[in-house]
Design a protein around this ligand. Structure first.
Ligand SMILES: Nc1ncnc2c1ncn2[C@@H]1O[C@H](COP(=O)(O)OP(=O)(O)OP(=O)(O)O)[C@@H](O)[C@H]1O
Length: 766
């Protein structure tokens, strides 16, 4: 009798637990209940780590407090916890996310196998530098929207599954640094958008034939067991690394035109149990062995017991804390919560980053290394300034870029310049304006060491590490101007008192880069010359160190001016803000439309708009996109741009073009208009992302006047404001092809200034 009552009691308790759980899920604010259950499952599988905002029972993952979680409407679309010191496993609930597009858990210690069921909505999955074991799941074939996948730096074994049929959106794939074996599956040949494929440091064998018709710009197959002749077509891939394989020396002949012998169009159905046509659940089942099955039964029993016990504890906990939570919840509904957690920056310091998936923009990846014939006349003449012998070298080794017009460096450039910039006259052969630094270091510091291969020529000044050490007081903390994802920037003072900014690149950013690649980069940056672009003064490549020396901008960044210093902000009149927008627009116009091949900035934001003592804009980090799009910085760059609200929607799919820069420029204009940060987690949920909050209001003049930066004290012409807003709304359009070219934006800003009544000498328009 007692036993019966006990059982009934337990059952009642369990029912009560379920009711409470359902109640908690249903009342967890707005997040889709399926997503809530999925993220709670993931959290538990990861071992319930301490993550800001996470883990509250019945909490709302879309309330903006869960670090690394981004929602759209009521659905979780992004989970980014890169280098967050996570352990545990991924669990079996990932497939329950209804709209998850990006899962970035790179640089952690997560183990176990990669779940066989993944959310079908996934576009980006980054699991690099973890401790995953087992094989790559065959259910990949269901991820039809997949754009980028990095599983590098794990302990994955077995063959690469033949599951790539239909993944036509996949741009980047990184499976390097695992223990994968076997030959390349035929379905790899159907990846019609693949530009980056990293397979290095595995035990893969067979030939590379299946890759020969892919649109690859970056292929690394180093240190495997590949054999056979290398298909000739692969040699035209700009970045093809193949060392460390027992290839036989000959090169495979090109297949005859229209040949149907290439295995690139994979067979529709191989008939194997792991075929793409097997549903994920079924394929997972069919790959299990009998012993595994009995093991899972045991596991299920134990999990059930554990679950019942957990529920009982949970019930007690809920009963105890529910009244208090409800009270708090009511309070939070009355007062909007100020979030105190700093943006997540863990990955910046992560020393264990083992080089993750390249997530480049297609344009960058496809940019040829040799000069392509110019298809259109440049808007301004772009004389090549090198002596003829250097021109030849550069034609072979680097992209041709126009040189800076010295007239552009006129100190009075911050005056409103209503005329289009004058054509660039050739620079004098001796660049008098350049600082000739007399290194104080011993003579041997500056002697060029004998090299095994000739390095590309460069006209950029080479500094010794000893001299830079001296100018920066041994890179002292006092001289540290700031740090970014590529390295740290130090103030350097030359013996003549002139200031420079020295960017010391992190080893992890450029460790894979050879000397000649770095000099190519230097060469290309050196040729970006424009009044609104930070000028490269020189470089240093010694003792494994890589440094870039730039002109020093005295007034910090536009981000600081707008968001950190209220006094400074008051100096930024409406007129000044338009001029700043014009300066930044001219820099982008030059990069996109004058330089050949066009240069995509890829990290355009107010923190990269430096101000000189006349508050003129100098865009920094121009020409550094190759560093951002390769190696360790690749995921981080995307992460930061996205996190801080500058990235265009297409970036989520791994696509970054010049039109994405235009979008980021629109966000900077919004910052100038509103004085708000592009992303501000201290604001209420609907106002955190500046673009999302602002777009619906840009065409309503009443709403617009309410959006304007209060520190302008209403001092702006209303028409000018409306034109400014109009340019913004064109730049931040969802569809990249509808965004205007930067030359159009420049003309619009000039027209806007022309239309204004006579500007007063104090710079105010009213
Ligand atoms: N040429 C310069 N003159 C004066 N200060 C500079 C210069 N270049 C950079 N700085 C300062 O150094 C800081 C760090 O610059 P850096 O380019 O490394 O990082 P960031 O652009 O802020 O971030 P990230 O590179 O991660 O996007 C900047 O915020 C700026 O304050």
């Amino acid at each position: 009798m007692d036993e019966k009552r006990f059982v009934v009691c337990c059952l009642n308790l369990e029912i009560l637990v379920w009711i409470l759980l359902v109640f908690a899920v249903q009342h967890s604010d707005e997040t889709d209940p399926g997503d809530v259950a999925a993220i709670n499952g993931l959290y538990a599988a990861l071992g319930s780590p301490s993550l800001p905002g996470w883990g509250t029972v019945g909490g709302d993952p879309c309330n903006g407090l869960w670090q690394g979680v981004i929602c759209e409407n009521s659905n979780i679309v992004t989970i980014r916890l890169n280098a967050a010191n996570l352990g545990g496993e991924l669990g079996d609930n990932l497939g329950s996310f209804s709209s998850l597009k990006t899962l970035d858990l790179s640089n952690n210690h997560i183990g176990g196998s990669i779940p066989s069921i993944l959310p079908v909505t996934l576009q980006n999955i980054f699991l690099s530098a973890n401790e995953f074991t087992g094989s790559i799941p065959t259910s990949l074939s269901y991820l039809s929207q997949l754009s980028a996948m990095s599983l590098n730096g794990n302990h994955l074994t077995g063959e690469i599954p033949d599951s790539f049929h239909g993944l036509t959106a996949l741009v980047n794939l990184d499976l390097s640094d695992n223990s994968l074996s076997g030959s390349l599956p035929p379905s790899l040949g159907s990846l019609s958008s693949l530009t980056t494929l990293h397979l290095q440091n595995n035990q893969l064998s067979g030939t590379l034939d299946v890759l020969q018709d892919l649109p690859l710009a970056d292929l690394n197959v180093e240190n495997n067991l590949f054999s056979g002749p290398i298909p000739q077509k692969l040699f035209s891939i700009p970045n093809f690394k193949k060392d460390g394989n027992p290839f036989n020396g000959s090169i495979a002949p090109l297949p005859p035109p229209n040949s149907s012998t290439t295995p690139l169009s994979a067979p529709p159905f191989s008939g194997s149990p792991t075929s793409a046509q097997t549903p994920p659940a079924a394929s997972a089942e069919s790959s299990s062995t009998g012993s595994k099955k009995s093991l899972s039964v045991k596991r299920v029993v134990w999990i059930s017991i554990a679950a019942v016990l957990t529920f009982i504890i949970l019930v007690l906990a809920i009963l105890l804390i529910l009244p208090r939570c409800l009270r708090k919840w009511h309070e939070t509904q009355r007062t909007p919560k100020q979030h105190e957690i700093a943006p997540y920056v863990g990955a910046r310091e992560n020393p264990g980053d083992r080089g993750s998936l390249v997530q480049p923009g297609r344009d960058i990846e496809k940019a040829p290394l040799v000069v392509k014939p110019k298809e259109k006349q440049p808007r301004r003449p772009t004389p090549i300034l090198k002596p003829p012998h250097e021109q030849e070298v550069n034609v072979l080794t680097t992209s041709a870029l126009p040189k800076k017009d010295n007239n552009d460096m006129n100190p009075s450039r911050f005056d409103i310049d209503l005329m289009p910039p004058p054509p660039h006259p050739p620079l004098p052969t001796l660049p008098h304006e350049r600082v000739i630094v007399k290194p104080i270091a011993p003579a041997e510091d500056i002697t060029v060491k004998p090299l095994t291969r000739p390095l590309p020529l460069t006209s950029a000044k080479s500094y010794t590490i000893a001299s830079l050490q001296q100018y920066t007081n041994s890179f002292s903390q006092d001289n540290l101007l700031g740090s970014g994802m590529l390295g740290s920037v130090y103030r350097a003072e030359l013996p003549n008192g002139k200031l420079l900014a020295v960017k010391k690149l992190d080893k992890r950013v450029c460790s894979e880069q050879k000397d000649e690649e770095f000099l190519d980069l230097v060469n290309n940056i050196d040729r970006i010359r424009h009044a609104n672009v930070v000028e490269l003064m020189g470089y240093c490549a010694e003792h494994g160190q890589r440094l870039l020396v730039h002109e020093y901008c005295t007034n910090g960044t536009l981000q600081d001016a707008l968001h950190s210093d209220d006094e400074f902000k008051k100096q930024l009149s409406w007129n000044t803000r338009i001029r700043m927008a014009l300066g930044a627009a001219r820099a982008l116009e030059y990069l996109h439309e004058v330089c050949e091949p066009p240069i995509i900035h890829r990290n355009f934001k107010s923190a990269n708009l430096l101000l000189d003592d006349e508050l003129a804009v100098h865009v920094s980090d121009c020409g550094l996109a190759p560093l951002l799009s390769s190696g360790a910085a690749s995921q981080l760059s995307g992460q930061l741009l996205t996190t801080y609200g500058y990235s265009a929607p297409e970036f989520e799919s791994g696509i970054y073009t010049s039109q994405s820069d235009v979008y980021s420029f629109g966000v900077v204009m919004l910052e100038l208009l509103t004085g708000r940060m592009s992303y501000d987690r201290t604001r209420t949920r609907g106002e955190q992302f500046l673009v999302r909050w602002a777009i619906p209001q840009l065409h309503d003049i009443d709403a617009l006047t309410k959006m304007v930066d209060p520190s302008l004290n209403g001092k702006y012409p209303i028409k000018s404001l409306s034109h400014f807003a109009d340019i913004i709304s064109r730049c931040v359009q969802h569809e990249p092809e509808f965004r205007p070219p930067m030359s159009e934006v420049v003309q619009d800003l000039i027209q806007m200034i022309r239309r204004e009544p006579h500007n007063r000498s104090d710079g105010e328009l009213l």
